[in-house]
Design a protein around this ligand. Structure first.
Ligand code: FES
Ligand SMILES: [Fe+2]
Length: 447
């Protein structure tokens, strides 16, 4: 089967775009995704600020595979698969820490931070053919970084990370350049799982359409707390197809930003500091870029599963498929190094992060409810088999149109079909015709 046409119908002439719901329920689809997408695309592992000192490590699972993200004793950042080369036990069993040696708890084989096997207890039991040097920890085929963000790729022939990131680099720079002393991940991870397919979480992360309904409570809270004063921000901005399946919604900030848009929401005492940050940005980057960094929200998707929300705080969110109907999330707050521990600036940022994007905040529980209800609705297949994602195809996309979501799905289908990444779509996708016939009928449906 081909994913395009059979599971993703993209009829630009008629302005119809729809996705077959088996894409969200089928074990076979998830198996194909693992082979075609997650084994070929660059996948986010972590930021080097999480492991600042030699010997620092964090344990991660990246699209199902256990890894250790660490800085070796000489200071080089590495990724090792977190499995002992003896008989497979998980080698690193702590979430994070600092070590010079990883000793397996099962039979005590030990590895140094470069992955070299250095101890096999009872070494005289092994014959001459036992090659200790070949039993070091394995690493993914490729590991590369941009601005401290480390990604892995299981395909040794993949394009470079920088080429892969393509048009997202402009937006990553708009985030990372906000810091004078560099960005860091603030200690602590938000980790939760949702009874929904991973792509529902991707869609939700770049969906401007749901905010007024699902997040009405938060919007009321902001308004009642002295925020959301910039009425001109409403409906501004656009969704942009960045090519490669990457996409962004950029819009004028509808409420306060720690860097650097003050509203009464943050309190009068914070005003001088935030306005000084804003002035420093325009000094460093000029009025146009500085203002864009200070007063613009960005929701960026790096295909397939990394989201960076640069809104009332900066969130890095990694989306981890677990099962067709289960997704796990990890999220971290990014903050400039100059916002020191215990400072009012960092406190404001983290309050904003928790209030909206935290697992117990105003946004995330409501989003989780929406996603789980979609997943439950998919049980009405095959009688109700398609989701519509055609909003805004016949106009220059607005932030609450669905171009961003179509961008993801077009790349998803194309990569699954081994057809590479589709061309970037700019302007109006469906210039408008009088044709009213339905799109091509669905092909075989997998369950
Ligand atoms: S499985 Fe690790 S030492 Fe045996
Ligand atoms: Fe939401």
């Amino acid at each position: 089967m081909t994913y395009r046409n059979e599971l993703v119908v993209d009829d630009r002439e008629s302005g119809v775009f729809r996705v077959h719901r088996s894409a969200m329920t089928s074990p076979q689809v998830l198996a194909d995704e693992r082979a075609q997408i997650f084994d070929r695309c660059w996948l986010y592992v972590g930021h080097d600020s999480e492991i600042p000192k030699p010997g620092d490590y964090v344990r991660r699972t990246v699209c199902g595979r256990p890894v250790i993200f660490l800085r070796d004793s000489a200071g080089t950042v590495r990724v090792h698969f977190n499995t002992c080369t003896h008989r497979g036990a998980t080698l690193c069993r702590e979430e994070s820490g600092n070590t010079r040696v990883f000793q397996c708890f099962y039979h005590a084989w030990s590895f140094d931070t470069t992955g070299r096997l250095i101890v096999t207890p009872g070494a005289d039991a092994y014959a001459a053919g036992f090659d200790r040097s070949a039993l070091g920890l394995r690493a993914p085929a490729r590991v590369e970084s941009y601005r401290g963000m480390f990604f892995l790729n299981h395909d040794e022939h993949a394009v470079s990370l920088l080429d892969y990131l393509g048009g997202t680099v402009e937006y990553l720079d708009l985030v990372f350049d906000q810091a004078e002393e560099g960005m860091r991940v603030v200690g602590g991870t938000h980790r939760y799982s949702v009874g929904a397919n991973w792509k529902l979480m991707v869609e939700n992360s770049i969906d401007g359409y749901h905010a007024p309904t699902v997040h009405a409570t938060y919007i009321d809270f902001v308004k009642n707390s002295g925020g959301g004063q910039n009425k001109a921000a409403l409906g501004t901005g656009a969704g942009v197809d960045l090519g490669g399946g990457h996409t962004v919604i950029e819009s004028t900030a509808a409420w306060a930003r720690p860097i650097a848009y003050w509203e009464p929401f943050f309190g009068e005492e914070a005003r001088p500091e935030i306005e000084a940050k804003r002035a420093a940005l325009t000094d460093r980057y000029g009025v146009e870029r500085g203002t864009r960094m200070a007063e613009t929200f960005r929701n960026l998707l790096i295909f397939p599963n990394l989201v960076i929300n640069d809104v009332a705080a900066i969130t890095v969110r990694r989306i981890e498929p677990v099962a067709p109907d289960r997704v796990a999330l990890e999220a971290w707050a990014l903050a400039p190094h100059e916002e020191r521990e215990g400072s009012a600036a960092l406190q404001r940022r983290l309050d904003s992060f928790l209030t909206f994007l935290g697992p117990g905040g105003f946004a995330s529980p409501d989003d989780v409810e929406a996603l789980e209800s979609c997943q439950q609705g998919y049980a009405a297949q095959p009688d109700v088999a398609w989701s519509d994602i055609s909003r805004g195809m016949s106009r220059i996309p607005l932030p609450d149109d669905e171009l961003q979501i179509r961008t993801f799905w077009r790349a998803w289908a194309s990569v699954l079909d081994s057809a590479g990444f589709p061309d970037r779509v700019e302007g109006v996708e469906s210039p408008g015709t009088t044709r009213t016939s339905a799109p091509a009928a669905a092909g075989a449906v997998r369950s």
